[in-house]
Design a protein. Structure first.
Length: 367
């Protein structure tokens, strides 16, 4: 019997369909698709924009994501978007309570108010670069949302300070504490002082923050042009360039909500000098602001409507030295007192202008 010929590796041809894995990989890599890739790569036509780690930003891209990519420092209040937490935060903000993670109902944060008593959750300014109550009134009227003392929660996580400017005069440095520079602290201050409620547990604050992150600004909110998107998407690795882009991007929106207080006019009979009220605008203010809390079923025990009785009472108080005077209640509000903790928050100038106070007076006096 003849001995089988010794096989040489350089001449070994495996049976059809039984290629070793290494040879299969080589065959796959030499396919037309990968050959084309190699040719493009060699020709320098495969650019960095095609790589998956290079973002392509559009109107739906969260603003914070872009800023972080450009080198922005991580926010102290940053949290991941987890649907269960967002839902619990939504319930606290809108209803004042939720359920814990064992299914137990929590107590109300406040017996008197919920967050949306004084804050919207939708965009309320047509131009995010300015806080203009005149432009805001027309904007919220068109959207069918109220005109309120507190700034909207939309975009609150994109701000860098809270309880700004003159709020230190109202609460003092000890009560304000870290609330100007910490959103977590600002939430607690609002729960305890503004809503006259209880301190929130840490997980409740995290739930509210989670909901707030679902309300963050997106690039589409900033009014960027097509060229602006190109500018952003062309961002390179240079740190100075990225810092410049961050600063430029922040020119499209306010990083804080300004708050400057004002006083009643020296002579309430004459009102604010040089301003003439517009009754039609005052009607919008009455409906979108006053009736938000003072309508039947609202949070206030002082009920208003469009009846002559309601408006006559307001009219009689305008020139009086009384907290019921429009010139008194709007710029100063009222304060919680022992035995009666509900109160009316005041309006900073950026939330209601002196002109708008005169507009409201004109409407009340038109009856």
């Amino acid at each position: 019997m003849n001995k089988p010929e010794k096989q040489r590796h350089d001449k070994y041809i495996p049976p059809e369909g039984k290629l070793p894995k290494a040879i299969s990989v080589v065959k796959h890599l030499l396919s037309f698709r990968y050959s084309l890739f190699l040719m493009l790569l060699a020709a320098g036509l495969w650019t960095a924009t095609a790589l998956p780690d290079k973002p392509q930003w559009d109107a739906d891209t969260p603003l914070y994501q872009v800023l972080r990519y450009l080198g922005e420092k991580q926010a102290e209040h940053e949290l991941p978007l987890r649907p269960a937490w967002v839902q619990k935060g939504y319930e606290i903000v809108h209803f004042g309570r939720t359920t814990d993670f064992e299914g137990h109902r929590t107590s109300y944060v406040s017996k008197y108010y919920v967050c949306t008593t004084c804050h919207n959750v939708e965009r309320e300014d047509p131009d995010l670069r300015v806080s203009d109550p005149e432009a805001r009134l027309s904007y919220v009227k068109e959207k069918g949302i109220p005109f309120l003392q507190g700034t909207t929660f939309r975009g609150i996580v994109n701000r860098e300070s809270w309880y700004n400017d003159d709020y230190i005069k109202k609460y003092g440095p000890e009560i304000i504490g870290n609330a100007q520079h910490s959103l977590r602290s600002a939430i607690q201050l609002c729960a305890v002082q503004c809503s006259q409620g209880r301190p929130m547990k840490r997980w409740e604050v995290n739930a509210v923050l989670s909901y707030f992150w679902s309300l963050q600004w997106k690039l589409g909110d900033l009014g960027l042009s097509a060229n602006d998107y190109k500018k952003l998407n062309a961002a390179g690795e240079d740190e100075a360039e990225r810092a410049s882009l961050r600063a430029w991007l922040k020119t499209f929106y306010l990083q804080k909500s300004p708050a400057h207080f004002f006083d009643a006019p020296a002579d309430k009979r004459k009102g604010y000098p040089g301003l003439k009220g517009r009754a039609s605008v005052g009607k919008d203010l009455y409906e979108l602001s006053c009736l938000h809390c003072h309508k039947p079923g609202g949070v206030s025990h002082y009920i208003l409507d469009h009846s002559k009785l309601s408006l006559r009472h307001l009219k009689q108080k305008i020139t009086k030295d009384s907290h019921m005077s429009l010139y008194q209640i709007i710029p100063y509000g009222t304060y919680a007192i022992p035995g009666h903790r509900p109160y009316m928050p005041h309006y900073p100038l950026e939330r209601m202008s002196k002109q708008q106070v005169e507009d409201l007076r004109a409407y009340v006096e038109s009856f």
